[in-house]
Ligand binder design. Structure first.
Ligand SMILES: [Zn+2]
Length: 209
């Protein structure tokens, strides 16, 4: 009896240096190609074609689109930073929406905070569009933060917490739901309790100025 099957092998040894979107710094990668083979007696003999090409970061061990390795570092970092700013913007909006109202004061604080971290000022239309999207997603701020945490640097995670706290405090004392949601943020972002309290204390000082 001839035993025939298929298998997938990951090939490629070429290494290089690239700007890793996960590590947010320059590091080494391996270029990998995953290829399907027909096997005969469990030995791969006939290649069936290229099924996937990617680069594997040797630091975080995550796979990325192979063309990322050809992009200039500044360009990759700019894309990562833009994505992070959008995530911070959305978590602030979700915190605002926890009590179902987006007051003028909250929007003013949102704009002020985004400007302070170098984000472009969102137009009213952009804010409305994001609110519509976020309301249909039925996500909470903590859920959203947990989903994107891996894409953020530690500084960006802290900016996210400070922004959420500031916007939640914009229209007087925090509501029960805002408070409950805010408490889940450090867990979602892997920030310990002590550091969380420090971030809140620093953000409160900004409120008083
Ligand atoms: Zn990496």
């Amino acid at each position: 009896m001839i035993i025939i099957g298929t298998t997938e092998l990951t090939l490629g040894r070429q290494r290089g240096v690239f700007y890793c979107p996960g590590c947010r710094r320059q590091t080494t990668y391996r270029h990998r190609i995953r290829r399907a083979f027909v096997t005969l007696y469990f030995i791969p003999v006939i290649p069936l074609g290229k099924t996937a090409e990617f680069v594997l970061c040797e630091n975080c061990k995550e796979p990325y689109e192979h063309w990322v390795a050809d992009q200039p570092p500044e360009q990759v970092e700019a894309q990562c930073r833009n994505a992070a700013l959008l995530h911070i913007f959305r978590v602030m909006l979700l915190t605002m929406l926890a009590d179902d109202v987006a007051s003028d004061e909250e929007v003013r604080v949102l704009r002020g905070f985004l400007a302070s971290i170098g984000a472009p000022e969102p137009t009213n239309e952009q804010i409305e569009r994001q609110i519509e999207f976020l309301q249909s997603s039925e996500l909470t701020a903590a859920h959203y933060a947990g989903q994107v945490a891996d894409e953020l640097t530690w500084e960006e995670r802290e900016q996210m917490v400070a922004g959420a706290f500031l916007v939640a405090s914009a229209s007087g004392p925090l509501s029960e739901t805002q408070l409950a949601d805010l408490r889940l943020l450090p867990l979602a972002l892997d920030i310990d309790e002590d550091r969380f309290r420090q971030i809140i204390a620093e953000a409160s000082e900004r409120l008083e100025v």
